[in-house]
Structures are given as structure tokens and as C-alpha cells.
Ligand binder design. Sequence first.
Ligand SMILES: Cc1cc2nc3c(=O)[nH]c(=O)nc-3n(C[C@H](O)[C@H](O)[C@H](O)COP(=O)(O)OP(=O)(O)OC[C@H]3O[C@@H](n4cnc5c(N)ncnc54)[C@H](O)[C@@H]3O)c2cc1C
Length: 272
Amino acid sequence: MNQQKNPYKPMKGIIEKVIPETPGIRTFLVKPESKFSFHCGQFAEVSIPGVGEGPFAMSSPCYKPDKLEFTIQNVGFMTSRLHTLNKGDELGIRGPYGNGFPLEDFYGKEVLLLIGGVGFPPARALLYSLLHEKEKYKRILMCYGARSPEDIVYKYQIDDFRKKIELHLTVDKADKSWKESEGVVTVLLDKVKIDLNNSVAVVIGPPIMMKFGTLKLLEVGYKPKDIYLSMERKMYCGIGQCRHCLIDNLFICKDGPVFTYKQLKDFPDIWE
Ligand SMILES: Cc1cc2nc3c(=O)[nH]c(=O)nc-3n(C[C@H](O)[C@H](O)[C@H](O)COP(=O)(O)OP(=O)(O)OC[C@H]3O[C@@H](n4cnc5c(N)ncnc54)[C@H](O)[C@@H]3O)c2cc1C
């Protein structure tokens, strides 16, 4: 963790570029005032001075700590204000927080990413890390689903990712131009052949997608210990003080956000 005397005091970041991804999602390229070292799957509390803050995953490669990217969906008070920011504007960043993905557990295995909607930002940071040491993994494949073709994020990178990994796409509702699958993201699991004895799956997306994605992975034969979930909860402090993000005795901010399904499966209401 970056050493800071006051854990709530953010470091400054300057927005260098804003990329409109979809009508409701933007990516912010941010230069932090000093190196912001993190591990893929961790998150930061991003703030606008005088407005507020919220937790967001770094979507950029963790081996580039001096250039951060956050991909943010406009859903409410803070995110709508973030969406008004432009090149040259200032942000606050504190963290990194959370555990991130245990990449050593994935070594030598087939890694399947099952991703929905705005789950792609943390998944992209993971993907960059996997590709950075591609030889350590047996196979990398990703199934990504969005509501419609226009809701797909990082469209400008899809062809490039496709050259490097096995990537399957689907949309809930296709238009005439769409040439790939139609249906919810779990339909893609019928298309991929996986060596279940040597595979881990990572699920990131909206709660409903994570629930049905996990159930489908169990149905095809994954064990709860091999399913990794990046969980989201309303949270404020990010450091285990405010207790808003508790699931039973686990803090999403401190003990997670990455858990295996085995760790969570016996708690009620984990998909809320
Ligand atoms: C670890 C973590 C990583 C995240 N990474 C990203 C990311 O990369 N990109 C991104 O767009 N969003 C991400 N989020 C969600 C993001 O933090 C919230 O959407 C944001 O804080 C909402 O702020 P707001 O003031 O605009 O919304 P509010 O006005 O506070 O709320 C709008 C609506 O969103 C719901 N909501 C608010 N916060 C959360 C939350 N944390 N989880 C689920 N629902 C919430 C509220 O209940 C309400 O229905 C992440 C959340 C967590 C916990």
C-alpha cells in the first residue's frame, strides 16, 4: 500500500484524456502525482475535491503505475459529476485497496474470464497481467457480454485482444450489424471446451450476471474453489472502518474484493 500518514488523504491526479466508451461509460486516463503501485483486481477511492468519492477498479496495466485508467459508468451523484470532467481537471486518488487476483494460483492453468458489462475494467487489468506473462498460463479465454453492441466497452481493443486470446462476445439484444452471438453471457460457455481438471474461472459483472454465471460454471463442472468472484458493494472508506461493505464477517474492501465462490457460498444474499 502507498504509505500515507492520513489514510483518508488522497494524492492528486490530473486527467490526461477522456475516452467515451458507450453513451453512459467513460474511461479517464489519469497521471498520479507520484507512482501509484497496485496489483490487478485492486481498486482506488477516486474523489472530486468538494464533491465526494467512490471505489473504482484500475483498468490499466499494473506494471504502469504512473499512468492510471478508470472506466466509469454514470449511475448516480458522484459518477455523473465525474462524467463532467475533462482533460486537465484534477482528481483525488487514495489506495490501492483490496487483495486483487491471486495470479500464482492461476499459473499453469486455463484461465476463463466470464465478464459482463462494466465488469470489463477490472477484467482488463487482469487481462494485461495475464498477457504480460502469458507463458505462465496454459490458456487464456474470455467470454464477454453486454446489453447491446453499443454497450460494449474497449471496442477499439477487441481485434487486438482477439489476436492474443480466445475471445467470445455476445449481446443480449443484437442489431443488424452484429455478427457474433446473441443472448446472455452464459450462452458462450456452450461454445468453449475447457479442461475442468486444470482450469480456474473469474466472474465479474453486475450481481445478476455473477449469480447466473457462477451457477452455470458449477453446472459445467467447476468446483467452488476454482471460481473467483470480484465482488461489489456500496462502500465508503475502503479500509474496513465504515463496515458498509460487510458480507457476514468479511469486508469486501479489505478481505476482497476477490473471493473464491467456496469462501462465500454459505452466506445468504451474496448476489444482492
Ligand atoms: C471494489 C469496487 C470496484 C468498482 N469498480 C468500478 C469500476 O471500475 N467502474 C464503475 O463504473 N463502477 C465501479 N464500481 C461501482 C462504483 O463504485 C459505483 O457505481 C459508484 O460509487 C456509484 O457512485 P454514485 O455516487 O454515482 O452513485 P449513487 O448516487 O451513490 O448510487 C446510484 C446507484 O448505484 C448503486 N451503487 C452505488 N455504489 C455502488 C456499489 N459500490 N456497488 C453497487 N451498487 C452501487 C446505488 O445503490 C444506487 O442504486 C466499483 C465498486 C466497487 C465496490
